[in-house]
Design a binder for this molecule. Structure first.
Ligand code: NDP
Ligand code: BG6
Length: 466
């Protein structure tokens, strides 16, 4: 990954009063701004004093220096004239400017219009634009936003964030798959029985109802993070590891993923969601989604693939479980033994690593099989604590690299994959309620068992990885 620039740089964060800015963006900027080169401007609708924003910066970063180089500009995203207020700070000394859109996606179009109206955007200028996921609300709005972005900025100036791509363990999937001759030969329909991806969160929506209640789990997680994980786990080897070739390989894989069928998908809502401040009393928004995916290509034809994600689940866990086909023959004492499925578990978080679950003979005089594990503890490879994904994202933006960013085309295709589900759920039925601290609605279990694909497998869970 590229290292941070040491040039003076202005970063303007739209939506800087929000959750993401406080929890992720500011701490990352704090770490990257020790050389004193970053100046920060928060922008948004909130009526915040300069002191209040400086206090926010100081408490989120622990840096009084950065706080002293920070300021707040109040504007209305929908009123282009209000963007003039940014000019004195941004147009001053010709330093590079990074606009970071950390607002809900419905505001992106207005912000781009506002910047253009004030003459603050620009191809060929030293200006970059960073847009948070989800880009758009569906395939059509994503196309419109991409067109708008591409009309105002060169592709090299545009950074479409999916912070999962900036997690070291996610990048490690490429190294794991394509630099070990042990795994790639079995990574196909001949040897793999099924693939499951779980992105579970223990936290609920907290105070994010303003964003979440119009978005839901499919737009928040499946369209972006989950499909990006799937693409890395299942794509063909890229010609080179250059960002453009990796993007091409992911895009090609996503092209082979069939649009989701509502008949093989489950939506859930955790009990108590409707009581959260800001949530509509009769909201049908899903806080859990599970779906069967079909990849129509040579490598994966016929392999059942399941994904699930949700809030207020039993524990935080993001992993891909790849189950290999059972060994063909195991007879002991004249009887056929039940094999122990071989699992390759790519654990993205927490306790990052790769686990191999294999069968072994139980020590002793009888020939009896027991499950056994082999584990790569990824954190042990690092000399220091793994950097936060947002630090990787921002350091890449500062250096102008594109390794950890999906392309506009990947994003549009991902929307095409989830759109049928969104359209159906917008108009039909209700989510199934599930208890907080569970693994989601019962129908999610049935989705897997009903397809004769075993059950959900979750490493380290008493109910899983049997
Ligand atoms: P918030 O709900 O905290 O919103 C951020 C800011 O946007 C708010 O402080 C508010 O600022 C403004 N805002 C909120 N709702 C609206 C609205 N309906 N119309 C106009 N402006 C609004 O969201 P997050 O900070 O959680 O997320 C922001 C973006 O970052 C989203 O696109 C999300 O997908 C993405 N993201 C969030 C992550 C997280 O962990 N929170 C992680 C990864 C991505 P003001 O009122 O001052 O204008
Ligand atoms: C964000 C979603 O993109 O990812 C949040 O908007 C979610 O709802 C978050 O909590 C999860 O990220 P991480 O890195 O904590 O797994």
């Amino acid at each position: 990954m590229a290292s941070a620039s040491r040039r003076p740089t202005d970063i303007v964060i739209f939506g800087a009063s929000g959750d993401l800015t406080r929890r992720k963006i500011l701490p990352a900027i704090g770490d990257l701004s020790r050389d004193g080169q970053i100046r920060l401007l928060g922008a948004g609708r909130s009526a915040m004093s300069q002191e209040a924003f400086k206090d926010l910066v100081a408490s989120a970063t622990g840096s009084q220096d950065l706080a002293a180089r920070s300021g707040w500009v109040q504007l209305d995203y929908d009123s282009p004239d209000t963007y003039e207020a940014l000019k004195p700070a941004v147009d001053g000394d010709g330093a590079p400017v990074i606009y970071y859109l950390a607002t809900p996606p419905a505001t992106f179009g207005s912000i781009l219009t506002g910047l253009t109206h004030a003459g603050l955007s620009g191809r060929g200028k030293d200006r970059s634009i960073v847009v948070e996921k989800p880009l758009g609300q569906d395939a059509s709005s994503a196309r419109t936003l991409n067109e708008q972005l591409e009309a105002l900025f060169d592709e090299s100036q545009i950074f479409r964030i999916d912070h999962y791509l900036a997690k070291d363990t996610v990048q490690n999937v490429l190294a794991f798959r394509f630099s070990n001759s042990l795994f790639e030969p079995v990574w196909n329909r001949t040897m793999i029985e099924s693939i499951q991806i779980t992105a579970a969160e223990e936290i609920d929506i907290g105070r994010r109802a303003g964003y979440y209640d119009s978005i839901g789990a499919v737009r928040d997680m499946v369209q972006n993070h989950v499909l990006q994980l799937l693409a890395l786990v299942t794509m063909e080897p890229p010609t080179t590891f250059d960002p453009s070739d990796i993007r091409k390989a992911k895009q090609e894989l996503l092209r082979a993923v069939e649009p989701l069928d509502p008949a093989t998908a489950v939506r859930g809502q955790y009990e108590g969601y409707l009581d959260a401040e800001g949530v509509g009393r009769d909201s049908r928004r899903e806080t859990f989604a599970a779906a069967r995916l079909v990849i129509e290509n040579w490598r994966w034809e016929g392999v059942p693939i399941f994904v699930r994600t949700g809030k207020a689940l039993r524990r935080q866990l993001t992993e891909a479980v790849i189950r290999l086909r059972d060994a063909p023959h195991l007879r002991v004492g004249g009887r056929r033994q039940r094999g122990i499925p071989t699992l390759v578990v790519i654990r993205f978080q927490p306790d990052e690593g790769i686990l191999l679950r294999i069968g072994a003979k139980r020590p002793g005089s009888r020939f009896e099989m027991v499950p056994a594990g082999m584990k790569l503890e990824y954190g042990r490879l690092a000399r220091q604590q793994l950097p936060d994904a947002y630090e990787n994202v921002l350091s890449e933006v500062l250096a102008g690299g594109h390794t950890v960013f999906p392309s506009g085309k990947e994003i549009e295709r991902s929307w095409e994959i989830v759109d049928p589900l969104l359209q159906s759920w917008e108009t039909e039925g209700h989510p199934e309620l599930y208890a907080r601290g569970s693994w989601g609605p019962a129908a999610a279990e049935d989705l897997v068992t009903g397809q004769g694909a075993g059950r959900w497998m979750t490493s380290g869970d008493e109910a899983g990885t049997q």
